[in-house]
Design a protein around this ligand. Structure first.
Ligand code: FE2
Length: 274
């Protein structure tokens, strides 16, 4: 029998689960992320994360983050002089992409029994935890994330990527919550972010723009989880409020499916499950 949550995911392309993790688990992750940023030497790595010009700005620091824990700055983090506009802790866009494998606190959170049980319920066979991101959406300077499908960045054949997006703080329209197009996962993949050696490029498969009028806001209190089908279009606005909007995103693929060599994220060891 299909679970109601799986039925909603298949019908809508996403499912919103309130109170999935405890506030204390969220706080533990936030504290751990703050520590990672504190230990990060910003003078050594001024890599900026932007979805607008991802291909151009892709560099070794980004590609190498497939198997490491790297910090990426917000686009607006720096003055023209190169100095940070705000303290370092308020300037990082995200940490990625192997937190779930390399950091014990993120490992435990990502592989918690309730997460494993949910992924099993959602019928993804032989789940493999491929990528993790801690997303800050900093107050005032947190940039927008344009409308996209996560499968653009992680493609498998057949295509059945699952994204798990944990709200570590309250996510509201004001501080840049996710927006998604209900049912938008049925139209196929429109773009692929393709790796060729140490370079990447965007390949357009379908030139139609998204109907952004169909986006609905997915506001969620701390501890909530949004499960996203890899094909559902979603976005988030810039955060111009005074409050941050921390989230943790985990992407899971199936070990049954072919993981393409053209994915930017390539590992030297097989991705592990739960
Ligand atoms: Fe996304």
């Amino acid at each position: 029998m299909t679970s109601p949550r799986l039925a909603t995911l298949r019908e809508q392309g996403y499912v919103v689960l309130e109170r999935f993790v405890t506030p204390s688990a969220c706080e533990a992750l936030r504290a751990r992320a703050a520590r990672l940023v504190e230990d990060f030497d910003e003078r050594a790595h001024r890599s900026i994360f932007t979805t607008v010009e991802q291909a151009r700005r892709t560099d070794d620091y980004f590609l190498d983050s497939a198997e490491r824990i790297h910090c990426f700055f917000e686009e607006e983090a720096f003055e023209p002089s190169g100095a940070l506009r705000q303290p370092k802790a308020r300037s990082i866009n995200k940490i990625g992409h192997a937190l779930h494998d390399l950091d014990p606190v993120f490992d435990a959170f990502s592989r918690a029994p309730e997460v494993k049980a949910l992924v099993e319920e959602l019928a993804l066979p032989e789940p493999r935890l491929m990528q993790s991101m801690y997303i800050f959406k900093q107050p005032r300077i947190g940039g927008e994330v344009r409308c996209h499908q996560d499968a653009t960045y992680l493609h498998t054949e057949p295509q059945r990527l699952l994204g798990l997006w944990f709200a570590l703080e309250d996510a509201t329209v004001e501080n840049g919550c996710l927006w998604a197009i209900p049912g938008g996962h049925r139209g196929g993949l429109r773009e692929r972010f393709v790796r060729e050696g140490r370079r990447t490029r965007k390949e357009v498969l379908d030139v139609r723009p998204w109907d952004e009028r169909a986006l609905v806001p997915l506001e969620l209190p701390q501890g909530g989880l949004i499960v996203l089908d890899g094909l559902v279009p979603h976005r988030s606005d810039a955060n111009r409020s005074a409050r941050s909007r921390h989230a943790y995103a985990l992407h899971v693929v199936s070990g049954h499916d072919a993981y393409l060599k053209t994915n930017w994220l390539q590992r030297s060891t097989a991705a592990r499950g739960f």
